[in-house]
Design a binder for this molecule. Structure first.
Ligand code: NAD
Length: 252
């Protein structure tokens, strides 16, 4: 039997990149999967896409209700992958208050809103799990990423606090901390660089494995944390960062 046979899952930001890879993998392993995204037009069977903006509470509540209904699990949701997020470049001097509010609204409050809408359905599951997509930026000081890093620091703390709040209800809460992952997001970042090849080489060199992480590798970690195989794991982060956080560069 597959790990997720008979289980239901909801993935935000699941139309692209890490979220899409996670949704595909959960479906491959037997789950019925709903994807919530700003633009779900690329999402097709066996996944079901729903339009939602995680920065809008009414939109999240309506989409979660429709998705849980559509999953056909009689209101039971087993897995929430809280993944939708946006990037931000800059320092505390260059990002405006409006940018800080906008990015926190998506990256942090988006996860809060989605979790709030999903919790009643997760409580009905026999082995519920929430996996938040955090980042190595939560715990490593990255230049030009003050705002983005602060949102991911908040996601990390939120993961621990939510794990504490819901452990007695049998709901596990964890996060993945990816390094730089080869997704359309990073493609856009490279396209905007003066020298995309040099920028890519610099991103690869930042990770001791010497290459970018693949979306499938992050999806594998998400699937492990979402599955009953990790039933004793809650309130912690799993790094998927090519050794970026934990290893020191090899001496020359
Ligand atoms: P991506 O841009 O390829 O995919 C993000 C998806 O989220 C898109 O489909 C987009 O439409 C959706 N989305 C964005 N804002 C939304 C909103 N307000 N409501 C609903 N959906 C929304 O990006 P990705 O690289 O797959 O990133 C996914 C997550 O992984 C993000 O939380 C990001 O912070 C995190 N992350 C990415 C990297 C990386 O290097 N790519 C590294 C660490 C963490």
């Amino acid at each position: 039997m597959s790990d997720f046979e008979g289980l239901t899952a909801l993935v935000t930001g699941g139309a692209s990149g890490i979220g899409r890879a996670a949704a595909d993998l959960l479906a491959e392993r037997g789950a019925r999967v709903a994807v919530l995204d700003l633009d779900p037009s690329s999402v097709g069977a066996p996944l079901t896409g729903y339009r939602a903006d995680v920065s809008d509470d009414a939109s999240v509540r309506a989409a979660v209700a429709a998705a849980v209904d559509g999953l056909g699990g009689h209101g039971v949701l087993d897995v929430l992958v809280n993944n939708a997020g946006v990037g931000a470049r800059g320092t505390v001097e260059t990002n405006s208050d409006d940018e800080w509010h906008r990015v926190f609204d998506v990256n942090v409050l988006g996860m809060v809103r989605t979790a709030r809408a999903c919790l009643p359905h997760l409580r009905a599951s026999a082995h519920a799990a929430i996996v938040n997509t955090c980042s190595v930026a939560a715990t490593a000081g990255l230049p030009q990423r003050a705002l983005y890093s602060a949102t991911k620091g908040a996601v990390y703390s939120l993961t621990l606090a939510m794990a504490a709040d819901h452990v007695h209800e049998g709901i596990r809460v964890t996060c993945v901390n990816p390094g730089t992952v080869d997704t359309p997001w990073v493609g856009r970042l490279l396209d905007a660089a003066d020298d995309p090849a040099a920028e890519r080489a610099a991103l690869e060199a930042r990770q001791p494995t010497g290459r970018l992480v693949s979306a499938a590798e992050v999806a594998g970690a998400i699937a492990y944390l979402a599955s009953p195989l990790s039933g004793a794991t809650t309130g912690t982060a799993l790094a998927v960062d090519g050794g970026m956080q934990g290893l020191r560069p090899r001496p020359a």
